[in-house]
Design a protein around this ligand. Structure first.
Ligand code: ZN
Length: 699
């Protein structure tokens, strides 16, 4: 071998060792985070580990293995899912609704197998999607939806993106059955659901209905990247088929065994020796269900002993050894008085239901969402119908379906719903965009759009002007100034002219001095919001907070953004062609350009500036900076690292996280190379920081 080859070999060997280390660490942290809910490190440190692994694998492609944590999102979008025959059918469960029905179920089981020494395992019934996971030789090889119970769809690529699913089990393969199946329920947490919807709200997009449907939609994405971007969670609830010897004799033992292998099981699961205790447990959850981070619609009760399960067997498609205690319905029937239409800040028309008030899900409901026009037409919901209304947990009440049988004799009075041809607020023209389901009011001066826009501008995720709620926004948009044909607010920029009109404003009914001065102070304060907030505030279609941060991070200033060519916008990470075009068109529109100019003149900040990202993104890292740099002087780089929580060290050691090296890094660079410490350049440092949400105006 030549000396070059030897060096290469050595480098590969060092990389292999580090790659193994990183994978072990990442799997450990996945387990702490997703299965035990006891993270030891922050997201940013986790991302650094993953990043390092990804870089190493990019440099040494031979080291990539299918079970590497970097391969969670792999494979391209597919055109359709392939079918999977379940080796053992995924059964459904019978229901009981109260203690009497539960006792009857128990009595039938006891009679059948002539045993009374039964134990019961009880767990919350997650309102999610049942899935099947197959492990072979300790590795995750196939995941499928439940489908009709006999045949599901192969969604392996999507399930791989769930960090709760270990790609490799936490045990030597020879200690495991050659292959086995586990079953679980995939769900979306309430927090994640709200995060997604908040993002959509800010971007002016249609909101999702409930976590369950959103999780289902996310899981069945043909492109695994989309699944990966939604944080789905999972609880394993059952050991399925096992090739060879079953390692356990009871369901509770199976769950402990699976937990030990790193699979997430529900910590709220409890075992009881009497059916009365089971009933008590179920009744307790009816009250507490809303306190959980995920939706549940009942409790599943299983007889623990596998022998008893076998003896009891299956009737139809339901096992006799398990039953679901379902919570009381969160649906009610009421009369749909009218289908009304509201106008959003982008002009989009949204139909909603005005109902005869009804008590459902613990509250009086008189307004409910109808989702969208397609939903109304598909289900043929008409004003005057009796409809099923659902209100579950904190989710917005929704109209599920009309009760068609109750139309009898009234058919002639109930007409199918049609979108109005003019705006219900301003009377302006209504149009449906090509390739789009939504209808829009085309009048840019529409007071409904403007007041919604003002409300949004002032909202928390945007310019954060407290005291500028719905009422104030509408009042100022709707009130003419004295001796003038103009309203107090005609465009968003007028918000900053309000303080100059103090005396006039005080003549408006219900606007008090104190309230007004507090509002002015908040308006003044909002001028300091960074560019990313401003971009959210001005209602650019498809631009929510994440897109706004990406834009602000990339361009740094509003003028750079306004001058950007379409290609420049498309080159920004995470920004697709539709969003790029929307931004491009927005800043080139003459009215919008005038608005941006006026905001700048009013003193609204037009850059991103130095904003430390959430927490210290470099927390716990020890970094050496060496050499001279082109973008920023070394002292500034060191300051920056410190301000983000990193430790700047003068000497390279094994504990050094990485070295940032410029021109002439010299001896420190050599030392790092010898120790196998990662060396990156200045540009890479900034790229990583931006990857963590840090932003800075270009120097
Ligand atoms: Zn209108």
């Amino acid at each position: 071998m030549t000396s070059d080859q030897v060096a290469e070999q050595r480098e590969l060997e060092a990389a292999r060792i580090r790659v193994d280390e990183l994978r072990t660490q990442i799997r450990y942290h996945d387990h702490r985070y997703y299965t035990l809910s006891q993270p030891e490190i922050g997201d940013t440190q986790y991302d650094l580990l993953l990043r390092e692994l990804r870089d190493l694998e990019a440099r040494f492609p031979d080291l990539v293995t299918p079970d590497s944590p970097t391969q969670r999102v792999s494979g391209e979008a597919t055109v359709e899912f392939t079918g999977v025959q379940h080796r053992e059918p995924m059964l459904s469960l019978g229901n009981v609704f109260n203690a009497d029905e539960l006792a009857a179920w128990y009595a039938r089981a006891v009679r059948r197998i002539e045993r009374e020494d039964l134990r019961f395992v009880c767990e919350p019934k997650i309102d999610g999607l049942a899935i099947s996971l197959v492990y072979e030789g300790g590795r995750f090889v196939q995941g499928a939806t439940r489908g009709d119970g006999f045949r599901g769809e192969d969604i392996t690529a999507n399930l791989r993106t769930l960090r709760a699913i270990p790609l490799v089990l936490n045990a030597p393969p020879e200690s495991l059955p050659r292959a086995f199946e586990v079953r679980g329920e995939v769900y979306m947490s309430k927090t994640e659901f709200e995060r997604l919807n908040e993002e959509r709200r800010l971007a002016g997009e249609q909101l999702y209905m409930n976590p369950r449907n959103t999780a289902a939609g996310s899981l069945r994405q043909l492109d695994p990247k989309i699944t990966a971007a939604r944080r789905l969670d999972l609880f394993i609830y059952q050991l399925g088929w096992v090739e060879g010897h079953r390692p356990v004799d009871a369901h509770s033992d199976a769950m402990s065994w699976l937990g030990g292998l790193g699979l997430p099981t529900n910590p709220l699961t409890q075992t009881f020796g009497s059916i009365e205790e089971v009933a008590g447990f179920c009744e307790g959850w009816v009250e507490q269900r809303d306190a959980l981070e995920y939706g549940i619609d009942g409790v599943v009760i299983k007889i623990d002993d596998y022998n008893a399960q076998r003896e009891l067997g299956v009737v139809g498609r339901e096992p006799r050894w398990a039953i679901a205690w379902k919570f009381p319905a969160e649906q009610a029937v009421t009369r749909l008085r009218q289908i009304e239409v509201s106008v959003g800040r982008t002009g989009v028309l949204t139909p909603f239901a005005a109902l005869e008030p009804v008590f459902v899900g613990g509250a009086n409901v008189s307004l409910a969402t109808l989702h969208n026009l397609d939903h109304i037409h598909e289900l043929d919901i008409r004003a005057g119908d009796d409809v099923i209304v659902q209100r579950a947990g904190d989710v917005i009440p929704q109209v599920v379906a009309p009760v068609l049988s109750r139309r009898e004799g009234r058919e002639a009075d109930l007409v199918p719903f049609e979108m109005p041809s003019t705006c219900p607020v301003c009377g302006g023209e209504v149009r449906r965009n090509e390739n789009e389901a939504a209808y829009y009011c085309m009048n840019r001066r529409c007071p409904a759009q403007l007041s919604r826009g003002v409300e949004h501008f002032a909202s928390r995720g945007a310019m954060d002007i407290e005291g500028f709620g719905e009422k104030m926004a509408f009042q100022l948009v709707d009130t003419l100034r004295p001796d003038s044909a103009l309203h107090y607010i005609e465009t968003l920029a007028d918000i900053y002219s309000l303080p100059a009109l103090r005396d006039e404003l005080l003549t408006i009914p219900r606007i008090g001095e104190k309230k007004l001065d507090a509002l002015f102070a908040n308006i003044e304060g909002s001028k300091q919001q960074p560019l990313s907030r401003l971009l959210v505030a001005i209602t650019i279609r498809h631009v929510g907070s994440e897109t706004a941060r990406a834009l602000a991070g990339h361009f740094g200033t509003m003028s750079a953004l306004r001058e950007a060519a379409l290609e420049d916008l498309q080159a920004v990470n995470d920004i697709g062609p539709i969003v790029a075009e929307s931004v491009y068109d927005f800043v080139r529109d003459s009215e919008n350009a005038a608005l941006l100019d006026r905001l700048a003149i009013a003193g609204v900040r037009m850059d991103e500036g130095r904003v430390a990202a959430r927490g210290g993104v470099l927390d716990g890292l020890s970094i050496v900076v060496t050499g001279s740099f082109a973008i920023r002087p070394r002292s500034e780089l060191e300051e920056l690292i410190k301000s983000l929580g990193g430790k700047v060290s003068g000497a390279v050691s094994k504990k050094t996280s990485f070295v940032v090296s410029g021109e002439g890094g010299g001896s420190k660079r050599d030392k790092a190379e010898t120790l196998g410490v990662e060396i990156i350049d200045e540009q890479e440092l900034f790229d990583r920081l931006r990857g963590f949400g840090w932003t800075d105006a270009p120097a």
